[in-house]
Write a protein that binds this ligand. Structure first.
Ligand code: SF4
Length: 450
């Protein structure tokens, strides 16, 4: 039996050096003829495919980067006679190996048994309709639907973790509810929902409309709250936007921390809060910098201290953004998203920040800082010893004091802007000579509008 593959905690992975997932298209060969095939698969293998020895070396190189999930795909990976050996080797060196075979008779019970014994961590199969008519038409070969369901049942019987991949297109857009009913009885661990991209054999006419996309996103979000399986989307970054919108009512009130998801029953109250905040948001009630310049200079001094403390500028921007998200401070969100961008931060890390626990884009040190930011901002909930100890693994004493002061400072700005008003959207970042410098100035400073 191969060694058991390691599944590291996401919090312990440095994604600057270790990929979350590696997807290897190991062959172009496939016996199906799907309408949308991005790989433009064909029945025969290409002579330029990696040999078995080269495949092993590739896995060694992947392993040298950590313990990512390796997905063997194609084409149909079962078109390669060495696929079981490759799964076994990958597992033996500590990789989690998954496979996405095509729905053909090659996916036999005997092969599944060999794959399971080789250490396969996950079997992912495509199912694009609740009936053979819909699925087989999309996949281009009669019988694929029955072969797929048969293998799913066999895999479940032999204890293999299973996943269904579904591509949403105009061919199955009206089949969503029957699909959901079918999936509920298949014992899968994950429903991976792809949104068709017109490349390879797919055509623009295969796409669903923007409204249909939106309707599917909302249905997936609703389903995600009750389904016995996880849901993941591909080629649909805007699904994250829908998730944030749907969770936004909770977000502004309690910061969407996991332990606060139960707050969703307060959404009507929170919505009222948001409406009230919208009415109040544009007008600056009071120019506090003019009324109390000494106090504002004291705030600037604290801010300058934290900016010069040696903490990474990119980390400080994430802290300011997260605090501003929790407090619902539009002025500071506008300011710090612009500053972060100007300093080279990625759109992806800015957009996904409110769901950082579920995202692989943040380093362990950043994750510790974000957890600390949430606890210090939501201080009535307390700050546990356990959290303190885990954060201390990433910050020494001085750094933790500086980080806490940075959180205190942004919370102060948030409260000034929300209570006394600010001209939301007016802020423009300064050009930065050294945009990633640790001691870069903070742009709360030139805020005469405050
Ligand atoms: S099963 Fe995959 S590789 Fe084969 S034709 Fe369909 S999309 Fe292409």
């Amino acid at each position: 039996m191969p060694a058991t593959a390691v599944r590291p905690s996401l919090a312990d992975v440095d994604f600057a050096t270790t990929p979350f997932i590696v997807i290897w298209e190991m062959t172009q060969a496939c016996q199906l003829a799907c309408l949308h095939c991005r790989a433009s698969a064909r029945p025969f293998r290409d002579s330029a495919e990696l040999s078995t020895d080269e495949a092993m070396r590739l896995l060694d190189e992947i392993r040298a980067m950590g313990h990512p999930l390796v997905v063997l795909t194609g084409g149909d990976p079962l078109e390669r006679p060495d696929v079981v050996r490759i799964v076994e080797y990958g597992t033996s060196i500590g990789l989690r190996m998954a496979l996405t075979p095509s729905g053909t008779p090659r996916m036999s019970e005997a092969v599944l048994t060999e794959l399971r014994d080789a250490g396969l961590a996950r079997l992912a199969v495509s199912l694009d309709g609740s009936t053979a008519v819909i699925h087989d038409r999309f996949r281009g070969v009669d019988g694929s639907y029955n072969w797929t369901l048969r293998m799913l049942a066999a895999a479940r019987t032999m204890g293999l973790s299973t996943q269904i991949n579904t591509t949403i297109s105009r061919h199955n857009r009206d089949d969503l509810e029957p699909m959901i009913r079918l999936l509920g009885g298949l014992g899968i661990a994950l429903w991976s929902v792809f949104f068709i991209v017109p490349t390879g054999r797919a055509r623009p006419g295969d796409l669903t409309t923007p409204d249909e996309h939106e309707a599917v996103f909302h249905r997936l979000y609703d389903l995600s709250r009750t389904a016995p399986f996880d849901i993941k989307t591909t080629a649909a970054p805007h699904y994250r936007r829908v998730v944030l919108q749907r969770q936004g009512r909770v977000l502004s009130r309690c910061g969407m921390s996991r332990q606060h998801r139960s707050c969703s029953n307060q959404s009507a109250d929170a919505n009222d809060d948001n409406m009230q905040r919208q009415e109040n948001s544009v007008t600056r009630r009071l120019d506090y910098a003019r009324v109390a310049p000494g106090a504002v200079h004291a705030m600037y001094a604290l801010q300058q201290y934290t900016q010069s403390s040696g903490l990474e500028h990119s980390l400080l921007e994430l802290v300011k953004l997260r605090s501003s998200e929790i407090n619902g401070c539009a002025y500071c969100l506008d300011m710090h998203s612009k500053d972060a961008r100007a300093a080279g931060e990625t759109e992806q890390r800015i957009y996904v920040l409110s769901a950082w626990r579920e995202a692989p884009f943040y380093t362990p040190r950043e994750r510790a800082a974000l957890a600390w930011t949430e606890a210090v901002t939501l201080i009535p909930n307390g700050v546990t010893d356990e959290l303190y100890e885990s954060v201390r693994e990433h910050f020494d004493e001085k750094e933790l004091v500086d980080l806490t002061l940075a959180i205190v400072t942004i919370n102060g700005w948030n409260r000034l802007a929300i209570s006394l008003g600010a001209d939301v959207g007016s802020y423009q970042p300064r050009p930065r000579a050294a945009s990633r410098a640790a001691a870069a100035p903070d742009h709360h400073e030139p805020a005469p509008a405050r």
